[in-house]
Design a protein around this ligand. Structure first.
Ligand code: ADP
Ligand code: MG
Length: 261
């Protein structure tokens, strides 16, 4: 198992070679992903866009080792995922990946700190409780939420709840954050703040793959992939990347001007 959690020296963290996903659930087969080949290097911040039904979630589920390709090869941080059994997949998922969703998926009756500690209980290495708490506090610090550690989700704003979810995704120090519409439930200012946290984490070295259907949100990424009918329609660097800190400063300025007027 330990070879699964070692960091690899390969420059691409995610490598897909002609990956297909066919669902055989109903009367007709659904060919949701049709031969996607893709390489994502360490430190990239990638947006995945495309109309509803274009295969974004199916692709993310495969990247997240939650579902296996019907055909094709997936290599995550040097490890060929298609060859692993369920137990090995869950170990890999726990150590290499952090997940963030549109609905924050926090436990309601549990403090922010305890929510962040949760993935460590599922980890196969046992950490002493004191060390778990330290790691959770460190993750909360990375998302700027140290002062809310004892608050329950209902005592936090949407943006703060998403920060807790992000800290929970970070606590096992993953290589990649996979985010499916992380700003889907947030207002526009809070969305920019969350993109600010993503950009700071990315600058510190973490690779991020994020599904979004808002071009505004994709504009904070370094690379934009557009899917159509299960295929990659375009895959381009984002040459006009927005910086969340700049956007927030402009917003604050505009608000001050409104107040003075
Ligand atoms: P997106 O996230 O871009 O909206 P999805 O990946 O959810 O797209 O879906 C791609 C296609 O696969 C759609 O036609 C959808 O209906 C189908 N699909 C998704 N999940 C399943 C499933 N579990 N069983 C059968 N078909 C599915
Ligand atoms: Mg989807």
């Amino acid at each position: 198992m330990s070879d699964l959690i070692q960091k690899s020296a390969s420059p691409s963290v995610i490598f897909l070679d002609a990956v297909h996903k066919i669902y055989h659930s109903g009367e007709v087969d659904v060919h949701a992903v049709r031969g996607v080949s893709l390489s994502i290097a360490r430190g990239e911040f990638v947006a995945v866009m495309g109309a509803s039904g274009s295969g974004k979630s199916t692709l993310m589920n495969m990247l997240g080792c939650l579902d296996r390709p019907t055909k094709g090869r997936y290599v995550l941080d040097g490890i060929t995922v298609s060859e692993l059994n369920r137990k090995q997949l869950s170990v890999l998922r726990n150590h290499k990946l952090g997940f963030v969703f549109q609905s924050f998926n926090l436990l309601a009756r549990t403090s922010a700190l305890e929510n962040v500690e949760l993935p460590m209980f599922y980890s196969n290495e046992f950490l002493p409780l004191r060390q778990q708490k330290e790691s959770a506090l460190k993750a909360l610090e990375k998302v700027g939420l140290t002062d809310r550690a004892s608050h329950h989700p209902s005592q936090l704003s949407g943006g703060q709840q998403q920060r807790v979810a992000l800290a929970r995704a970070l606590v096992n120090e993953p290589e990649v954050i996979l985010a499916d519409e992380p700003t889907g439930n947030l207002d526009s200012r809070t969305s920019i703040e969350i993109m600010g946290v993503f950009q700071a984490l990315n600058k510190a070295g973490i690779t991020i793959v994020m599904v979004t259907h808002e071009l505004d949100i994709a504009s904070y990424c370094n690379r934009i992939i557009i899917m159509r009918d299960g295929e990659i329609l375009s895959d381009e660097p984002n040459l006009n990347r927005h910086l969340a800190t700049d956007e927030l400063a402009l917003l604050n300025q505009a608000e001050r001007r409104v107040k003075l007027a």
